[in-house]
Design a protein around this ligand. Sequence first.
Ligand code: R5P
Length: 257
Amino acid sequence: MDFGMRNRLNKIFNPDTGKTVMLAVDHGYFQGPTTGLRNFKQTVDPLLPHADCLFVTRGMLRNCVDPKTKTSICLRVSGGPSILGELSNEDITTSIEEAIRLNASGIGMSIFVGAPNEDRTIANLGRLVNEAERYGIPVLAITAVGRDMARDARYLGLACRIAAELGAHFVKTYYCEDFYKVVEGCPVPIVIAGGKKIPEMDALKMTENAIKEGALGVDMGRNIFQSDKPVGMIKAVRAIVHEGATAEEAYKIYEKE
Ligand code: R5P
């Protein structure tokens, strides 16, 4: 791995701990003005200093993020369908040149294993890795879930492994029972998405379990920005990821905010 690739990965994964708290705020790329992100700047500005990396689309980055930020950027580069369409019908929407121009430390796209367009999205991942490696840019593969697929270790393990085999440098997936089996079968770092908003304690417990079972961090959105105390919640998640706090200890941080 050359310097550029390693340097960018170190902007995403905090070199002090080898882990990352990514703040996912890309939801609008298919959901439009999602709850919590309608006024993007108002929500994201106070959270940004507490994230190692912001996962975002180019449009929101260009229009709503202060270029003075010290937080690194991972750019979502896939899209196409809205929430009303066939979600797996995604293509690459943002070029490598744009990612470089925006000083992205990484780029991310979804693969839809078990969905109508799985073959195209997986082939797109291979092509994106080919291009990104030319410029030393790490690629995050996001294992989106086919409508009828259970979010279990067998299915998520399949999707994560395929992503790694195709060359993804890190993978985002969901936490599930026997998550350690997903980690075991995937030779590249895994970060977990938070999924739908759940009670804060449950989200913190899930984070604690994921880290204990081998995740190297989170790329979390709704369970942070839809919380009644978003700053408290991201600080709590940080304490688990970077300091090994328990969910109970982290909950106190959330409450205190
Ligand atoms: C899907 O919309 C995106 O890839 C999100 O970045 C991902 O699902 C993480 O966000 P959340 O924690 O809200 O699931």
